[in-house]
Design a protein around this ligand. Structure first.
Ligand code: A2P
Length: 276
């Protein structure tokens, strides 16, 4: 299958635009899932300390025979490990569980505004990036516009990307505009709306008309609006189906019709309220 296109981040590091997510995949199940993903051509795997599957992810990557440097690996720091010392320890622990010499991208998993430690922790990540060749890029996840602006105003480094819940019924148009303004790439988690959005009549109609599956239509929409996107599946046929999206294109009208499905349908926590 064709390779994923690459998105160039604001520090010139390149990330495959279509990656593979392993949220809610057990450590045991992450091994066959990541193995299959690498077999069909994914070269970007997204995990987190919280997912408790970094070991399985690392194991599958090593066993795949694909050179480490050909795979983009992201992991994330949970807010209970915010603050300088806990963050440094959290980074070490993730590398150890992955059994890797470096990660490509290290993210603050949530801003956790009630803890008020994300700026201090971001400074720790800045220092890691500057002093250490064990991380190639740093970014954030689940940050609202105000959290991003505070980071940019109070520190010297703009996150390379913000990974947020984003799918056809939660299109995050305003936040995407803020990202564009600040030079931050948008990465979508739960890009299929945890499969809910695949049942939407508009998605089904477009899928039928273009002769693709609803998941392929939604992934294609993400790619065409410029998102980095990380669909999750533990079903081998779906892992393959979700990567088979480079042989067709949606019309601008179909892209707009999907954009119009926004209903503020947040499935996960609200970043303003959630402290981890
Ligand atoms: P499964 O893992 O059982 O294959 P999201 O990435 O938006 O969080 O969605 C993940 C959910 O969507 C999982 O329940 C996954 O099921 C399901 N899913 C993933 N790919 C497809 C697909 N191609 N068709 C239907 N459902 C899918």
């Amino acid at each position: 299958m064709a390779d994923s296109p690459l998105t160039t981040l604001n520090n010139d590091v390149q990330i495959p635009q279509l990656g593979f997510g392993v949220w809610r995949v057990s450590n045991e199940n992450s091994i066959p899932a990541v193995t299959k993903a690498l077999e069909v051509g994914y070269r970007h795997i997204d995990t987190a300390a919280l997912y408790r599957n970094e070991k399985g992810v690392g194991q599958a990557i090593r066993a795949s025979g694909v050179p480490r440097e050909d795979i983009f690996v992201t992991t994330k720091l949970w807010p209970t490990e915010f603050g300088r010392e806990p963050a440094l320890a959290g980074f070490e622990a993730s590398l150890e569980r992955l059994d890797m010499e470096y990660v490509d991208l290290f993210l603050l998993h949530w801003p956790a505004p009630g803890r008020d430690l994300y700026v201090e922790t971001w400074r720790t990540l800045e220092k890691l990036l500057a002093d250490d060749d064990r991380v190639r890029a740093i970014g954030v996840s689940n940050f609202a516009a105000a959290h991003l602006r505070r980071l940019v105003d109070e520190t010297g480094t703009t996150p390379v990307l913000n990974q947020v819940e984003l799918h056809p019924t939660l299109t995050q148009a305003d936040l995407r505009e803020t990202h564009r303004e600040l030079g931050i790439a948008t990465e979508a988690w739960s890009p299929l709306g945890q499969s809910e959005d695949l049942r939407h009549p508009t998605i089904r109609q477009i899928a039928e008309r273009v002769g693709r599956t609803p998941a392929q239509v939604v992934i294609r929409w993400h790619l065409q609006i410029g998102n980095v996107v990380i669909p999750k599946s533990t079903t081998p046929a779906r892992i393959e189906e979700n990567f088979d999206v480079f042989g067709f294109e949606l019309s601008p009208e179909d892209v707009d019709a999907i954009e119009a499905l926004d209903a503020g349908n947040r499935l996960g926590p609200d970043p303003e309220q959630f402290d981890g």
